[in-house]
Ligand binder design. Structure first.
Ligand SMILES: *Cc1c(COP(=O)(O)O)cnc(C)c1O
Length: 364
């Protein structure tokens, strides 16, 4: 058997006519930038999450950049985040000249450990970015409480958690700002790059909408130094098709995770979801000390795996100037060495999953 990690092709083929029709409509309309689909998508994203404003943009990375720019984060500022995430989370902080400050993760959820944040706060701290990794949200009540106590803005990096819930409330509507990604392999993916910023704050929403259009308030009037970071109309049209059946996609991913649990839980530590959360299972990740050996043998059997993420951010060469060393964040470091992800998507069949589990169990 040959297993596909993300099954993007099956996702397209399952609703090919509808996608083709939506794309063709945009092609014929020639409204490639800021066409009516973009506004329609934003109103649907806002309705779906419950956040008052949803501002689409060119990627999850640009969403983070826009959110930080809306807060005027820059030189002299510090932003606290997790060392165990995709690079964008800390990269965007550093790109604006601010300093990323890391706090280690919690062993069970792989999300930032809210108990380790407070000791990192000082008078330079401006914001906290909590990442909802692998599809489940962090302990937002504890993190929001720190925000209130110290006057810090909380940003949720929800690139992997669009559609997840925390205490019944949707990810992207749990803090002052949230950012998501529509990269093809994310739970809600388009056919290229895309992202969105969410907020309930009118002023931040207006500023973000200007920032993504070169800081422009009216045509050729530039109030802020901004960036060109719009979502294009073709991607918006794809997302409108996907959003219609997104609840079903989430349900399918949860069923896939359920089958992995059932078939693996007596053999290894399956990923845990906090009781106040529902996950959208951006990844189904497990830890095994002999990871590379297992990955190699699974690959020989036609089973692709991936590592999210092999090197924590505090040990990346680009952040050497921050002065962190091995041993600073022991949980992130151990997890980086042992974690890997099994094929996870809404289109993998139970037969394929059974094959993955059988082959994996033979290696334990
Ligand atoms: C994918 C991802 C991003 C970046 O999103 P892009 O759309 O690829 O720019 C940021 N943060 C996290 C946690 C991600 O998984």
């Amino acid at each position: 058997m040959k297993i596909d990690f993300a099954n993007l092709q099956r996702a397209y083929e399952a609703h090919q006519q509808e996608f083709d029709h939506a794309l063709q409509k945009v092609l014929s309309s020639a409204q490639y930038i800021m066409g009516p689909e973009v506004q329609e998508l934003e109103s649907q994203l806002s309705a779906y999450t419950g956040a008052k404003h949803a501002l689409s943009c060119s990627s999850g990375t640009d969403a983070l950049l826009l959110a930080l720019m809306a807060l005027d984060v820059g030189p002299g500022d510090e932003v606290i985040t997790t060392p165990f995430s995709f690079i964008s989370t800390a990269e965007t902080i550093a790109l604006l000249g601010a300093k990323p400050v890391f706090a280690d993760i919690d062993e069970a959820s792989y999300n930032i450990d809210a108990r380790l944040i407070e000791s990192k706060i000082n008078n330079k701290t401006k914001a906290i970015i909590s990442v909802s990794l692998f599809g489940q949200v962090s302990n937002m009540d504890a993190i929001n409480a720190l925000g209130e106590k110290y006057g810090l803005t909380i940003i949720e990096d929800a690139a992997q958690s669009f559609g997840a819930t925390y205490k019944g409330k949707k990810s992207c509507n749990l803090s002052t700002l949230a950012c998501t990604s529509f990269f093809p392999s994310k739970p809600l993916g388009c056919f290229g790059d895309g992202g969105a910023v969410f907020t309930n704050d009118n002023r931040l929403a207006e500023k973000t909408s200007h920032l993504r259009l070169h800081g422009q308030t009216q045509r050729y009037n530039h109030k802020h130094i901004g960036i060109g970071a719009r979502l294009d109309t073709l991607q918006a049209s794809v997302l409108l098709v996907k959003l219609k059946r997104y609840e079903q996609d989430i349900k399918s991913r949860q069923e896939v995770a359920g089958r992995y649990h059932k078939w693996l839980q007596s053999h290894l530590d399956t990923p845990g979801i906090n009781k106040e959360n529902t996950s959208v299972w951006a990844q189904y990740s497990i830890c095994l000390p002999n990871r590379s050996e297992i990955q190699k043998k699974l690959k020989e059997k036609g089973i692709p795996t991936a590592v999210h993420y092999p090197k924590p951010m505090h040990l990346q060469e680009c952040f050497a100037y921050l002065g962190y060393t091995e041993g600073d964040f022991p949980v992130s470091e151990r997890v980086s060495k042992e974690i890997f992800s099994l094929p996870m998507n809404a289109y993998i069949t139970p037969e394929e999953q059974e094959y993955v589990c059988d082959e994996l169990k033979k290696l334990l």
